[in-house]
Write a protein of this length. Structure first.
Length: 544
């Protein structure tokens, strides 16, 4: 690649507070919390076309830290509204039961609307309770959250240490101040005190293991219906975070754990696996690191230790996307030998120009080799693709989709690009269409998932991207070689469940074809949005 075209972002170090978790015990604050308090942690449910279920690892980790730090002084309750499809109206009963002093919510971007509704309902049912929000949604969004919701506290980025600091001050009569990294709050007089720094914790082994005792593993197992993605046999499963951060500069990423890669020791990871396996009967582990395979010797070491201690007993999946162009034979072999049966590789686009625009710089050929090698080892491989980048042409969209169909991938996940506020790609999207970008960000907060019926690209260019993606799913799963492999790989019930979605796609495609025919015959009016021309002029976004 021409070095003059490669744009590198550098983390703004003054906005990063590098700390250690164990320093919470050394902070010169009152070591004794004189007032007992109760916290209710909530994972919100926001209804969507395709809700996904899974243990809220962030909440469970925070709970473990709070228990360790405050001991018997605190009472902690946990409610996963997603697990039961509970609406905010159900909050009154829980508040009446638990009488919380703190109501904490962890939210994704697409759960913002439900989270705001929870804060509003909490202020009606328990006006004196402090409402708190954290999670991926909150990073660099404190202004919006205070302006549009009734949350009192906002934590941006990792809050393992900063949340403990804020609670210590609140319940020992100390002022909250403005020096806790990532902690912004609303005062009693309504003034907003901001601190936007991210707290980068470097000693991950010091953070207590998640409060797995609070989790209903059986309920999560049953809630995840039989499917063709992961956990085919519906085993008890758990999520694992073995590292934080990613040094790559993809401009659509939130960077919630900053650009510094920090990781847990092998022994710490293996101890958590042992506890989950021996104490809770968990045999399936979904490793959801941002980039598990960055440090290849470490990745290989963990995999070989799993193979040695639990040979043939554990099932491993990597649903969060591995970096395909840094996988090598030795790493893939170690993963397969340890029990990896399912892996995702993030490709995004096969167009070199768009790899530069997105600042991902993936070596497509190396990633293709990794997919082929995983497949040869008997691992089911998923590909994650992003379509509808600013300035992307119809030919470029088709090139990525055609690659997916002809590839050895068993599954594909097609995502329409969602320019997230406060990410570099958001600025590119604003240049293409400010109206589409602002409207799209607002819609996502209401969506419940990342599959809007009207993607940003459709609003910006008038091209029906959702129709294209729906049709591609049908082409992908009915591709004869893939169909034969799936028949050999999956039990009938999984095929029937997965086939239901393919059938939905076929019906949607047939409906679109019928509408097109009616328009040609002038039986109905043409659509308001016109198709993007193939000759779309591509702006030059490659310059630094």
């Amino acid at each position: 690649m021409n070095k003059t075209t490669k744009k590198i972002r550098v983390e703004n170090q003054p906005d990063i507070s590098v700390s250690t978790y164990h320093s919470i015990a050394e902070i010169n604050e009152s070591p004794v919390v004189t007032l007992p308090f109760t916290i209710l942690f909530i994972k919100p449910f926001q209804e969507a076309r395709n809700n996904h279920y899974g243990p809220p690892l962030g909440i469970l980790t925070l709970i473990a830290g709070i228990r360790q730090h405050f001991g018997d002084t605190v009472t902690v309750h946990f409610w996963d509204m997603m697990l039961y499809n509970d609406k905010p109206e159900a909050l009154a009963e829980r508040i009446d039961e638990f009488r919380p002093d703190i109501i904490g919510v962890s939210a994704l971007n697409c759960e913002a609307a439900a989270s705001f509704a929870i804060a509003a309902a909490a202020k009606v049912c328990a006006p004196k309770a402090i409402t708190v929000i954290g999670g991926p949604f909150t990073l660099r969004q404190a202004d919006l959250i205070f302006g549009e919701s009734l949350f009192d506290w906002v934590f941006e980025g990792a809050a393992d240490r900063s949340f403990l600091q804020a609670l210590t001050r609140q319940f020992s009569g100390q002022p909250l101040g403005d020096d806790i990294p990532g902690f912004s709050h609303r005062t009693a007089s309504g003034e907003i005190v901001y601190n936007h720094k991210q707290d980068l914790i470097t000693d991950l082994d010091a953070i207590p293991l998640p409060a797995w005792d609070l989790l209903d593993f059986e309920r999560y197992r049953k809630r995840d219906r039989k499917r063709m993605i992961t956990n085919v046999d519906e085993r008890k499963y758990a999520y694992l975070f073995t590292s934080r951060g990613c040094p790559y500069l993809c401009n659509y990423c939130h960077d919630i754990f900053t650009k510094r890669f920090v990781y847990r020791s092998d022994e710490n990871v293996l101890e958590e696996i042992r506890i989950l396996y021996e104490d809770y009967g968990v045999t399936e582990f979904h490793i959801i690191d941002d980039i598990f395979n960055l440090h290849r010797p470490r990745a290989q070491s963990i995999m070989r230790a799993i193979q040695a201690r639990w040979p043939g007993k554990l099932f491993l999946a990597f649903p969060n996307g591995l970096r395909g162009d840094i996988l090598d034979q030795e790493t893939i072999q170690a993963m397969a030998d340890a029990g990896t049966y399912n892996a995702s590789i993030s490709i995004e686009t096969v167009t070199p120009r768009l790899q530069v625009l997105a600042e991902k710089y993936l070596d497509i050929e190396k990633a293709k080799w990794a997919i082929e090698e995983f497949t040869r080892q008997g691992v089911v491989v998923h590909g994650a693709l992003m379509l509808g980048f600013p300035s992307e042409t119809e030919e470029e969209i088709e090139a990525t989709l055609s690659y997916a169909i002809s590839s050895p991938l068993m599954h594909v996940h097609l995502f329409a690009v969602v320019p997230q506020p406060q990410t570099p790609i958001y600025e590119l999207a604003l240049q293409a269409s400010a109206e589409a970008t602002i409207r799209g960000a607002a819609d996502e907060r209401e969506s419940g998932d990342y599959h809007s019926l009207t993607p940003w690209y459709t609003r910006a260019y008038g091209y029906d991207l959702r129709k294209k993606l729906s049709y591609t799913y049908v082409r992908f799963y009915l591709h004869p070689p893939r169909l034969l492999r799936m028949l050999r790989t999956y039990p009938l019930i999984n095929l029937l469940h997965g086939g239901f979605f393919v059938l939905q796609g076929l019906m949607a495609t047939a409906q679109m074809a019928l509408l097109g025919l009616c328009r040609k015959m002038r039986l109905i009016d043409p659509p308001a949005l016109s198709k993007q021309p193939k000759s779309l002029k591509v702006p030059d976004h490659s310059a630094p």
